[in-house]
Design a protein around this ligand. Structure first.
Ligand SMILES: [Zn+2]
Length: 226
């Protein structure tokens, strides 16, 4: 006798190769991944962004300081600059010399601004590389396959036997609905409708299915070896 179980979702025989189980598994994996990883990924993202930003800003500030020092040194080297500053822009020198100095100062300021803008653009363009670097420092560690916690998870040592419906909860729920119906005198669900509705509710979502062979996952041991 073929003891391979039917599809857990649509009950098709094992040889029918329906895709429900692998589809449900993909959904379950996606949901589990969100539950397990979302908060951690957000934490990692914040850490990476903070450090990348700190690095970029720090590097840019150093460039800016160097440029400003060079700028100041250049201004100080201009003829009449010191006296021009002493007289707050109105030194007792020939107007031609003042005009020329003002043109040189204006050009130097514009050059400083262009340089700072270019440095900032160049710094920001390094973000992809810098983000890669900080992400690469984050370690994701898998436990050893020989670890007892991997080999013997702390649940279902015997396996997952079907336990059917929880009839005590079901009966309580039906009683509650009957009382409510009597109280409200309204048209409610018939008992059999309540049963199926409650049954669906108590069963909850189907268990994470074992994927069929060939669904992109290795077959778990046991499924076809009864
Ligand atoms: Zn199926």
């Amino acid at each position: 006798m073929d003891a391979a179980p039917n599809c857990a979702i649509c009950n098709a025989p094992a040889y029918s190769e329906c895709s429900c189980e692998s589809e449900r598994l993909q959904i379950a994996v996606h949901q589990a991944e969100q539950r397990a990883m979302e908060a951690r990924l957000a934490e990692i993202r914040d850490w990476v962004i903070a450090h990348a930003r700190m690095h970029i800003l720090g590097a840019f500030e150093r460039l800016k300081t160097t440029r400003k020092q060079a700028h100041s040194a250049y201004l100080a080297s201009l003829p009449y600059y010191t006296v021009y500053m002493q007289y707050s822009g109105h030194p007792p020198i020939h107007p031609m010399a003042i005009a020329q100095l003002q043109a040189q100062i204006g050009e130097a300021h514009a050059e400083l601004k262009r340089g700072i803008d270019a440095d900032w653009r160049a710094s920001v363009l390094r973000y992809p590389e810098v983000l890669d670097y900080f992400y690469s420092l984050v370690e994701v560690r898998m436990p050893s396959d020989r670890s007892p916690r991997v080999r013997e998870p702390p649940f279902a040592v015997a396996g997952y036997a079907d336990r059917g419906y929880d009839h005590s909860r079901l009966e309580k729920e039906m009683k509650k609905r009957k009382q409510r119906r009597e109280r409200e005198g309204s048209v409610g669900l018939r008992e059999d409708q309540v049963y199926s509705a409650v049954g669906r509710h108590l069963r909850g979502p189907p268990p994470v299915p074992t994927p069929p062979v060939g669904g992109g996952y290795p077959p778990p041991p046991g499924r076809y070896n009864y």
